[in-house]
Write a protein that binds this ligand. Structure first.
Ligand SMILES: Nc1ncnc2c1ncn2[C@@H]1O[C@H](COP(=O)(O)OP(=O)(O)OP(=O)(O)O)[C@@H](O)[C@H]1O
Ligand SMILES: [Mg+2]
Length: 264
């Protein structure tokens, strides 16, 4: 896809090569993420999706290739400038979303304290506003992660990802482990935050319901590169074993519904 309306992409990855020892993960991978995107990144387990998210915000470096974040090379400028750029992105990690020894409050406050220069009363106000954003109550602030349900853990992790008012949100399997109802509610929350805060969102998912409810664009990571990007319909139409397999369940559900309707 060409650059939209003359704006540079929020994330631009070119020629990414990544390997762990002899094992290639990415080869000649290109990806653009545009302002306002709700981009779903899909791919088989071990395809390199988490690695790619980590590279987008310089938690990990590829072996070769270039990455621009907010129109600047990731490595450009002095340290303080690089940090400031990275703070414009919030992340919800796939594993161990919260510090288990910290309260909800201290988990959300963590990035605020880390960036320094804020008084405790300012931090209090910010933590409470983030809790409200993710539809949790003030009294939840004093709970420990072990006292939370899976859905609440995701919400607190989202609140922490939003702590520094990011423009870009990276979500690694945001609905994994949630039951369908909680998953649908979490998707709705992400959707409303995207709209209300004007966020750009990149999310990894294996879940077709999450994908079809949330994505305005889909990128498929297979064969070490981004094999296809486009709307759900455009990507669905690409004839490739991974894509056929990925959407097969959905097609089966669609066909079953049609059969049931025809039979009723
Ligand atoms: N630090 C590491 N050292 C060695 N190999 C790694 C490391 N991190 C990831 N890998 C390997 O790189 C590949 C890609 O890993 P990654 O976590 O990015 O995949 P993924 O697409 O996120 O998978 P999943 O859907 O299961 O989360 C996997 O084969 C993984 O085992
Ligand atoms: Mg992963």
């Amino acid at each position: 896809m060409s650059e939209r309306e003359g704006h540079s992409p929020v994330i631009r990855m070119r020629g990414i090569q990544t390997r762990y020892g002899p094992h290639w993960v990415h080869q000649d991978l290109d990806l653009d993420v545009y302002r306002g995107d709700l981009l779903a990144l899909v791919g088989g387990s071990g395809a390199g999706k988490t690695t790619l998210l980590r590279q987008m915000i310089d938690l990990q470096r590829p072996d070769a290739g270039s990455i621009e974040l907010f129109g600047e090379p990731l490595q450009a400028g002095p340290r303080a400038e690089r940090f400031a750029r990275r703070r414009r992105a919030g992340v919800l990690f796939q594993q161990g979303a919260l510090f288990s020894a910290f309260t909800v409050y201290d988990n959300i406050a963590f990035p605020l304290r880390e960036c320094g220069g804020l008084h405790e009363d300012e931090i209090l106000a910010m933590v409470m506003s983030r809790l409200e954003l993710v539809q949790l109550k003030p009294q939840h602030a004093m709970l420990m992660p072990a006292q939370l349900s899976g859905g609440m853990i995701k919400r607190v992790a989202l609140a922490r990802a939003l702590a520094l008012e990011p423009e870009l949100l990276l979500l690694d399997e945001p609905t994994a482990g949630l039951d369908p109802e909680r998953s649908a509610r979490f998707v709705e929350l992400i959707r409303s935050l995207h709209e209300g805060l004007g966020l750009t969102v990149v999310f990894v998912t294996h879940d077709l319901d999450t994908l079809s409810a949330l994505a305005n664009r889909v990128a498929v990571l297979a064969e070490h590169r981004i094999l296809a990007t486009g709307s759900l319909e455009e990507v669905h139409a690409v004839d490739h074993p991974f894509i056929n397999n990925f959407f097969r369940y959905r097609s089966a559900v669609g066909e079953r519904d049609e059969t049931e309707e025809a039979g009723s």
